[in-house]
Structure formats: structure tokens, C-alpha cells
Design a binder for this molecule. Structure first.
Ligand SMILES: NC(=O)c1ccc[n+]([C@@H]2O[C@H](COP(=O)([O-])OP(=O)(O)OC[C@H]3O[C@@H](n4cnc5c(N)ncnc54)[C@H](O)[C@@H]3O)[C@@H](O)[C@H]2O)c1
Ligand SMILES: [Zn+2]
Ligand SMILES: [Zn+2]
Length: 340
């Protein structure tokens, strides 16, 4: 079978690997049909992910068809179209014991810590598979992983009807969070510095957009919330100064700040800003078993992935896809590669 692997930082190759052997009792084999290119794939390609070990088969966002199942598997059967939960946990550590395996102290993510989905075939424990309707196009099904990130973020931020939400960053993650917030009845202001991305956000239902290259964010928040401050902020730019501004100036009392970006330099935060408004500052990482919920969102048309997919390329063009993703944010949203 063909796989897309990074041999070492900067060196991407399509290589032949042995096809998986027969599944164990609790495993299944999936023929991958479509997979999304994500920032983390590009980071691993460029050697910027400290967790990556090389060689590594990339990819953690995928949909495919089940072609074999072990004797004890009951949740999927041969022929099912499925999406893949990319998060693996130990089941024993504190986070696992309290039902938060996405922050397992030994968490393993497909395409990062273990070989990923940019592969014609993939064998994995069947409990990581979720059936999707057979008439859902592969490239749309493969966007469910980012929607699972959004499901986690709105859960962490306790987003509810009438809440004002500020989404920082209108990249693929900001846009899926926008759709999730709108489906929950929140009002959303979204900011970015790329007009094309803000245009996409407006088309997906943002109540207001602000380009912070040309407009002041604090003023926009004041106008949007009538001076109350934002109830929930989602930090999805990865820019430290934006997180600092959120905590210092933008939140309402009792607000929730959800941190999705993960720069590693320190931020300047004044504890009194947290204490006096009783802010919750929460991380949101990967997803905590959110795929079933996302499959429902798709079925009930609570979210619409069509505007998210900007490019569908054959897997042989993966390097071109990575280059587009890294260098042309104004043209690109989600890039999918197809395996047939
Ligand atoms: N927590 C998680 O589980 C998780 C999962 C996926 C991605 N992420 C992180 O979430 C963030 C967003 O992911 P993405 O795939 O949408 O990335 P992206 O790079 O496509 O989007 C980031 C957006 O932020 C905008 N931006 C950058 N600097 C800005 C600034 N100074 N002011 C305003 N806007 C600015 C960019 O124009 C871009 O549209 C990244 O930091 C990524 O690492 C986290
Ligand atoms: Zn991703
Ligand atoms: Zn664990």
C-alpha cells in the first residue's frame, strides 16, 4: 500500500509499505478515501513539532470504508463508511480515570505520535470508528475531525443561547467553532487579518467580523456587546498578545476564555484581571469522544462543511497541498487529499 511519510524534517515521500495483516478481534481495517491536511501535518513536515518522531506517516483527519473487522467488533461492519477518532489514551492515568482521555498523560495522536491516516489502508481499534451516511461525500466526511475540535471548544467554553462569543482567528478551526457556536444560539464576532477568511466567516453566519489590521479589536468588542464585554473568547490564532488582550480588556464578568492555540512563550497576565471577574481560563485540546455528537450535527444539518473545503487534490499532490496551505491563507481553507 502507498503511504505519505515524512522521512525527516523537510523530506516528504510517497512510499510503499506492507498492507496491514488480519485484524485482531477488536480491530478493523479501513480503506482511506479522503484525508484533510492540517497545520500540524505541515509543522511535522517542517520539523516544528517537538513530539514528532521520524519517519512518520502524516494525517489525523480521515474518512474511509471498512474492509475487514475482527470477530468481536459490533459497532461497525464491512462496507460501512466511517470517520476516525484520532485520539488514543492509556485508560489508567488521572485524566483518563475522570473521563478526559483527550488529555491523557500518555496521549497518542494519529499522524503525530503514531503513524497516521495518509495511508491507503489503516488498521486500528474499531472503537475509534464512527459510521457516517453512505451518501455523504468522502471529502466532507473527512472534515469531522476539526468539527470534533469545535465540539470540545464549545463544551469547554460552555457556550449557550444568547452568549456573545469572540473567535480569534478565522482559519479552519475558527470557522468550525463559529458554526458550532451559531448552532448553539450564540452571537459571534470573529477577527482575523485576512479579508478572504473574514468573508468566509460572514458567509458562514458570523454576526460581525473585524479585520484587526485596520480596526481596533477592543472597540469592536465594546460595540458588539454594548460595553458588557465578551462572554466567551476562543483563542485560535496562536498569537500571545491576543490572549493577553483578551484577559486584560475584552472579557465580561463570569466570562470563559478557551485557549486553542499553543505558542510556547510566556504571556503577561495580571491575576487581578482573572480574580475580579471570576474568569475561567481553559485549555481545549483535541476532542473528548465528540465524534458521535459531530455525526449528529451533520445529520441534523446543524453545521455545513461545504464552505470549508477549498481544495480537493489527488494524494499524489500532497506536497503541493502542504505548500498551498502554508503559504496562501487567502486562497486556502481546508485542503483534502483523495486516495482513489
Ligand atoms: N487545541 C486544539 O486541539 C487544536 C487543534 C487544531 C489546531 N489548533 C491550533 O488552533 C489555531 C488555529 O488553527 P487553524 O488550523 O485554524 O490555523 P490557521 O493558521 O489556518 O488559522 C489561524 C488564523 O489566525 C489568523 N491570525 C494570525 N495572526 C493573527 C493576528 N495577529 N491577528 C489576527 N489574526 C491572526 C490567521 O490569519 C489565520 O486565519 C492554531 O494555533 C493551531 O495550532 C489547536
Ligand atoms: Zn487537524
Ligand atoms: Zn491516560
Amino acid at each position: 500500500m502507498k503511504v505519505i511519510q515524512v522521512n525527516k524534517p523537510g523530506e516528504l515521500a510517497i512510499v510503499e509499505r506492507p498492507a496491514p495483516t488480519a485484524p485482531a478481534t477488536d480491530e478493523a481495517i479501513v480503506r482511506i478515501k479522503a484525508a484533510g491536511i492540517c497545520g500540524s501535518d505541515v509543522h511535522i513536515f517542517h520539523g516544528k513539532n517537538p513530539f514528532a518522531v521520524y519517519p512518520r506517516i502524516l494525517g489525523h483527519e480521515a474518512a474511509g470504508e471498512v474492509i475487514a473487522v475482527g470477530s468481536a467488533v459490533t459497532n461497525v461492519k464491512v462496507g460501512d463508511h466511517v470517520v476516525i477518532d484520532n485520539v488514543f489514551s492509556c485508560g489508567k492515568c488521572y485524566a483518563c480515570r475522570i473521563g478526559r482521555p483527550n488529555v491523557c498523560s500518555n496521549v497518542k495522536v494519529l499522524g503525530v505520535h503514531i503513524d497516521g491516516v495518509f495511508s491507503e489502508l489503516l488498521k486500528l481499534p474499531a472503537d475509534h470508528l464512527y459510521p457516517v451516511p453512505v451518501d455523504l461525500p468522502w471529502e466532507l466526511a473527512a472534515t469531522m475531525e476539526p468539527y470534533a475540535i469545535a465540539a470540545e471548544a464549545v463544551d469547554r467554553g460552555q457556550v449557550g443561547v444568547g452568549d456573545t462569543v469572540l473567535i480569534c482567528g478565522a482559519g479552519p478551526i475558527g470557522l468550525v467553532i463559529l458554526q458550532a457556536c451559531k448552532s448553539l444560539g450564540a452571537r459571534v464576532l470573529i477577527m482575523d487579518i485576512v479579508d478572504a477568511r473574514l468573508k468566509a466567516a460572514a458567509a458562514m453566519g458570523a454576526d460581525a467580523v473585524v479585520n484587526t489590521k485596520t480596526s481596533d479589536l477592543e472597540a469592536a468588542v465594546n460595540e458588539f456587546t454594548d460595553g458588557e464585554g465578551i462572554n466567551v473568547a476562543m483563542e485560535a490564532t496562536g498569537v500571545i498578545s491576543i490572549l493577553e488582550l483578551i484577559i486584560a480588556k475584552l472579557m465580561s464578568p463570569a466570562g470563559r476564555v478557551v485557549v486553542l492555540g499553543f505558542p510556547v512563550d510566556p504571556a503577561k497576565i495580571v491575576p487581578a484581571d482573572i480574580m475580579k471577574r471570576e474568569l475561567d481560563i481553559k485549555g481545549s485540546r483535541l476532542n473528548n469522544r465528540k465524534f458521535a455528537e459531530v455525526v449528529r450535527w451533520f445529520a441534523e444539518k446543524k453545521v455545513d462543511p461545504t464552505g470549508l473545503v477549498s481544495h480537493v487534490l489527488p494524494y499524489t499532490d500532497v506536497e503541493k497541498g502542504m505548500e498551498l496551505f502554508a503559504n496562501h491563507p487567502e486562497e486556502v481553507c481546508k485542503i483534502l487529499i483523495k486516495f482513489d
